[in-house]
Design a protein around this ligand. Structure first.
Ligand SMILES: [Zn+2]
Length: 243
């Protein structure tokens, strides 16, 4: 969970899920709408041909990301993005950098170039230098095959909505008006999953799913909305569906 800042660490055992998530988040950075899926930036990001998204792979023949490879990132990262507001560097297997490479990368994180967002990918947090960890926003990525756990609170909101209980829905939601993003994001994702599952049988749930997906994606791309605002809007819009 977590929002995108200039330095992000994506942690997960599933390499494919990590790569997929990194490219989704990268699209969210280069698109002015936060990853609308329709614009030219999104299209290029999806096709992996966006000039402002760079994947830092190890050099051929190297077992790990070498210090030479990381050194070459420094001038690249200091060039202004060409088609977007910000450039993105995705570093797969960042947990397998040589120590020297990691220390060189650390300097980059300590004095980050303007308009650059880094995504470091790795299996386990413990494989990263503490100094790198402390500078990164950590985003846990669950295995692609495993459905994410749905928080109990999401079930409670869903149950109240199912009963067409507007006050109950509001009360359950209001417990989160001061929640941190780390709590809010899984809540919204869980609620979305529940609504989406029902949407096949009842159109009301399709609207509810849509209403819930919106703030969830805003949170994902790091737009600066407070929990109070998100919960308040959600409450009004969901209750409109119940009434
Ligand atoms: Zn877009």
């Amino acid at each position: 969970m977590g929002i995108v800042t200039h330095a992000n660490l994506l942690i997960g055992e599933d390499q494919n899920a990590l790569t997929k998530r990194a490219h989704e988040l990268a699209a969210g950075v280069v698109c002015v709408h936060g990853g609308c899926g329709r614009c030219e930036n999104c299209r290029k990001a999806r096709l992996l041909i966006h000039p402002d998204i760079t994947v830092v792979e190890r050099d051929p023949g190297d077992a790990h990301l070498s210090v030479e490879r990381i050194r070459r990132v420094i001038p690249e990262a200091n060039i202004m993005p060409t088609e977007s507001e910000r450039a993105v560097f995705i570093v797969p297997n960042a947990d397998k950098m040589t120590t020297q490479a990691a220390n060189t990368f650390l300097k980059l994180l300590e004095e980050p170039p303007l308009r650059v967002v880094f995504f470091l990918l790795g299996a386990r947090k413990k494989d990263f230098l503490q100094t790198i960890l402390s500078r990164c926003n950590v985003i846990e990525v669950s295995d692609s095959g495993k459905p994410p756990e749905i928080p109990e609170a999401a079930e409670a909101i869903f149950a109240a909505f199912m009963r067409r209980d507007a006050i109950g829905t509001a009360n359950e939601l209001l417990k989160f008006e001061k929640a941190k993003r780390e709590v809010l994001e899984p809540l919204l994702n869980g609620l979305y999953a529940l609504f989406a599952k029902q949407a096949a049988t009842d159109v009301r749930f399709a609207s509810a799913a849509k209403i819930t997906a919106e703030p969830a994606s805003q949170l994902r791309i790091g737009l600066n909305f407070g929990a109070g605002h998100i919960i308040g809007t959600l409450m009004v819009r969901l209750n409109r569906l119940i009434m």
